[in-house]
Ligand binder design. Structure first.
Ligand code: CA
Length: 508
């Protein structure tokens, strides 16, 4: 009898063990949903990402809690906002000794791996296998670290990361355990270097411009006027891979005149000014961006095909997301950082055969703070009480809990910093966005129904006073609930202390 009971227990254990799904988390850097055809892109096609959407669920309102690369990744690792996981800005170093979801998955019997972009400075912890780029990593010939030891690769980074992921799936993982693989690309991060295959794609076409490419921020506060992320002024020759024409000094123009016949195209481009120059820069920028996305999409296709061929697809959850939203010329900008929807919204596609109804959508408010608990829930593991998100598994099953969140707290910290976007916090509610720039004591408020592009703050319009008051209270309540401390870091950088120069020794 005892033996039979033990056998039954073992059987139960093995059945539940087998039923636990594998998780493939596909993550890119700076890929916004405006460049995914499943989200209605007007500028490119992404057939493999679309396949995940078609066979799974597409989320319309997945928000990032702090719209910048490293912090978004730290939130995903921990299931906690930046102020609790300690990674507020890209200058920070992730404390890998803290609780993370990969560690908890390991404890639950999962095999864990991360391949590609890590970007948290410290060595990955909680992974049975890691092979990651150093920092941002280059687009070509990336040096990497495999389980902490340096490796070198030759080729295009997006292809190499996929090769490594496939190699781990095929040869290195333990097929008797469920696995969680973080397959994370550098692309399409700045400076958008396409792969060899796509270098000339789009050469002969003009990519549509966003309606707000020439917006002058007249409806926004002083923060929007102080930023340094415009296509017009802040894309470098390095970003554009060509010296931007226009605004030439008389000497430079004389050189152009000498080099080219006055009537040829190059001469005309050399004199581009104003809107024509912005249009030219936008085309240079956007084409390289979508070329990088093309390569990511094709490589995702390789992963999906592998899962199909190996019979893994049925019991594997495939997630596609990117670390924040991104401006593709909206407001005349590139980059992210803002609570504005373009930067706030992450793409999120989830395919889970047998659980997620194919071709479905959700508009519920979900966030990168939810990812850790969602993965733990998928694996049947316990969700620690100190994590600050919520598993989205019920949403994936098509059942939104009645008490699901109706508003979302956001905070951005990296000022002073790249692109000079002021520190701010705020709340995204269904129909409104309220934001407070606490370094300069300014508010903005948007009616997202009338102004979905958030071009005009109506904070001073008395009609909105009641809802603004209500949302100010909501912010305070969320700050208490999420344990957000006052941001006491100085607003100015300390001046660097000059080191006394030591005289160089003369060569003997
Ligand atoms: Ca990013």
């Amino acid at each position: 009898m005892k033996n039979r009971f033990t056998c039954l227990l073992a059987l139960c254990a093995s059945v539940s063990f087998a039923a636990r799904p594998n998780i493939v988390f596909i993550f890119t850097d700076d890929h916004s949903s405006q460049a995914i055809s499943a989200y209605g892109s007007k500028i490119n096609q992404t057939p493999n990402m679309d396949r995940i959407a078609r066979e799974g669920m597409l989320f319309r309102n997945c928000f990032v809690s702090n719209a910048i690369c490293g912090p978004s990744r730290a939130v995903i690792q921990t299931g906690k906002y930046s102020h609790l996981n300690g990674f507020l800005t890209n200058g920070n170093t992730f404390d890998g000794s803290q609780q993370t979801f990969p560690k908890l998955l390991q404890k639950a019997g999962y095999q864990t791996a991360v391949v590609g972009k890590w970007h948290l400075k410290s060595t990955p912890t909680g992974f049975d296998y890691s092979e990651v780029l150093l920092g941002q990593g280059p687009y070509y010939n990336p040096p990497m670290k495999k389980n902490g030891v340096g490796t070198k690769h030759v080729g295009y980074t997006t292809d190499i990361i996929t090769d490594l992921a496939l190699n781990w799936l095929e040869k290195e993982r333990d097929p008797d355990k469920p696995f969680m693989l973080m397959y994370q690309h550098k692309a399409p991060h700045r400076n958008w270097q396409p792969g060899p295959k796509h270098l000339n794609k789009y050469d002969d076409v003009t990519i549509p411009e966003p309606a707000t490419l020439f917006y002058d921020y007249s409806g926004l506060g002083s923060a929007a006027k102080q930023q340094t992320m415009t296509i017009e002024h802040h894309l470098s020759a390095n970003d554009l891979k060509l010296r931007p024409p226009g605004n030439l000094t008389p000497e430079q123009l004389a050189t152009w005149n000498k080099a080219y016949e006055p009537k040829n195209k190059a001469f005309k481009e050399a004199n581009l000014q104003g809107k024509d120059l912005i249009k030219w820069k936008y085309q240079r920028y956007i084409k390289d961006y979508i070329r990088c996305v093309d390569s990511v999409d094709e490589n995702i296709g390789r992963i999906l095909q592998y899962l199909d061929k190996q019979g893994l697809a049925e019991n594997t959850v495939v997630i596609y997301s990117s670390d924040q939203g991104w401006f593709l010329g909206e407001n005349g900008w590139f980059d992210k950082r803002w609570i504005y929807d373009v930067s706030l919204k992450m793409p999120l596609l989830v395919r889970w055969p047998g659980v997620v109804k194919p071709g479905t959508e959700s508009s519920d408010f979900v966030s990168n703070v939810d990812f850790a608990q969602t993965f733990l829930d998928m694996a049947g593991a316990e969700q620690p009480a100190d994590m600050q998100g919520r598993s989205i598994v019920p949403l994936l099953k098509g059942r939104t809990p009645k008490d699901w969140r109706q508003s979302f707290y956001y905070q951005y910290y990296e000022y002073p910093g790249a692109h000079s976007v002021r520190r701010h916090y705020g709340v995204r509610a269904k129909d409104h966005t309220l934001v407070y720039y606490y370094g300069i004591d300014e508010w903005e408020f948007f009616d997202n129904r009338k102004d979905p592009q958030q071009l005009t703050s109506v904070f001073d319009n008395p009609e909105y006073a009641p809802i603004i008051r209500k949302l100010q209270e909501e912010i305070e309540a969320l700050r208490v609930e999420l344990k957000v401390p006052e941001d006491a870091r100085p607003l100015k950088r300390k001046p660097r202390q000059k080191k006394p120069r030591t005289p160089k020794k003369k060569a003997a």
